[in-house]
Design a protein around this ligand. Structure first.
Ligand code: CAA
Length: 375
């Protein structure tokens, strides 16, 4: 399905990820440390602004290249790739798509170059799946809005230079707006870094907004456009998470395959046993199916076709595949798979979040079913 250029691009990203990211992934996971140098290097390679047009400092690539890059970075380390995907598809893309020329010129170049990263602030302590029912409010005061509320589980919290914050501008909460809030704007403060099961090198925090005055010039789109911006943005983001899940699953499968050929039991490499062969075959088939669904969604996006259902299908299947494949990869490794020295336990811990963030599997099924019932 890939063109020669896309194959070449995959090789370039793979070589980069194998050289710069894979060797340090376990260390950053163990230390729960943010990989600032590697984020800068991903920026130098053009990955942090992959789909941003060149005039705003990006690489001007399409959704297919983005899926390929996400797959390859995730094959090395999913914590690195979540930093990348939030920046590219949840922050840069809506700025380009819904921003004014002034907003594009002001915000995109530093984000696209990896000089800083963006964060996407939709979820709240009491609203995750039910994203529309947020408590954060944006009260209009002349040519400013005053933001108050708390955002939850914010990837890149504490390290981001720009926060894309959703808040309702009416007391009933129906009129949602999107705002670009700079990290140093008084009234915005990130909470402490959350301690997570996986993707531990990425930061996740709450974000507090306390009488945070944001100029009208920082509102993305019109008053009341916010929910549609949030949903359209997540459609693209879900392709990124699908590709992330494919990359994690691929890494786990490759580790399991290598181990099965090397490990001896009952006088044979364990790969000689049919029970394991069937596991490897199922892992491979499921990963290929997830990859094809992901590329299909990316191609729909690149061709300008509606792709919301395709993105949800890809994310649903790929994330459940990643959890299943990484579980089997540990099983093939036996007791060693449970040990922290082996990478498969990291893949297993990292895989689980792909079934939760950017919409749980239950939400993906709901989105898919709504499309089916409407058609
Ligand atoms: N594209 C464009 N418009 C859309 C849309 C889409 N994909 N989905 C919904 N809309 C529009 C609808 O057409 C509707 O418009 P009208 O009012 O004009 O009719 C409006 O938005 C409301 O839509 P719904 O009635 O479908 O809204 P809902 O309240 O029933 O919820 C939902 C829809 C699909 C459940 C949505 O709330 C959702 O996706 N929830 C999950 C949220 C989520 O994914 N959060 C992830 C957090 S971000 C994250 O994880 C980032 C990270 O750090 C990695």
């Amino acid at each position: 399905m890939l063109t020669e250029d896309q194959e070449l691009f995959r090789r370039t990203v793979r070589e980069f990820a194998e050289r710069e990211i894979a060797p340090v992934a376990a260390e950053f996971d163990e230390a729960e440390a943010y990989p600032a140098d590697n984020v800068r290097k991903m920026g130098e390679l053009g990955l942090m602004g992959l789909t941003v047009p060149q005039e705003y400092g990006g690489a001007g690539a399409g959704a297919m290249e983005y899926a390929i890059a996400m797959e390859e970075v995730s094959r090395a380390c999913a914590a690195h790739s979540v930093i990348l995907t939030v920046n590219v598809s949840l922050v840069c893309e809506p700025i380009y798509k819904f921003g004014t020329d002034e907003q594009r010129s002001r915000f995109l170049p530093p984000l696209a170059s990896g000089q800083t990263v963006g964060a996407y602030c939709l979820s709240e302590p009491s609203s995750g799946s039910d994203a529309r029912h947020m408590q954060t409010r944006a009260e209009r005061d002349g040519d400013h809005y005053v933001l108050n509320g708390t955002k939850n589980f914010i990837t890149n919290g504490g390290v981001a230079g720009v926060y894309l914050v959703y808040a309702a501008s009416d007391p009933s909460g129906g009129q949602i707006c999107a705002f670009l809030v700079e990290a140093d704007r008084p009234g915005l403060s990130p909470g402490k870094k959350e301690r997570k099961l996986g993707i531990r090198a990425s930061t996740t925090t709450q974000v507090f907004l306390e009488d945070c005055r944001v100029p009208l010039a920082n509102r993305l789109g019109e008053d009341g456009d916010g929910f549609k911006i949030a949903m359209l943005t997540l459609d693209g983001g879900r392709i990124g998470i699908a590709a992330q899940a494919v990359g994690i699953a691929q890494a786990a499968y490759e580790a399991a395959l290598a181990y099965a050929k090397e490990r001896q039991a009952f006088g044979h490499p364990i790969a000689d046993f049919q029970g394991l062969q069937w596991m490897l075959a199922d892992m491979h088939v499921r990963i290929e199916a997830a990859r094809l669904l992901t590329y299909q969604a990316a191609q729909f996006k690149d061709r300008g076709l509606p792709y919301s259902k395709e993105a949800s299908m890809a994310k649903l299947h790929a994330s459940e595949t990643a959890t299943w494949v990484t579980t089997k990869a540990i099983q093939i490794h036996g007791g060693y798979g449970y040990m922290r020295e082996y990478a498969v336990q990291r893949y297993f811990r990292d895989a689980k979040i792909t079934e939760i963030y950017e919409g749980t599997s239950e939400i993906q099924r709901l989105v898919i079913a709504r499309h089916l019932l409407r058609s």
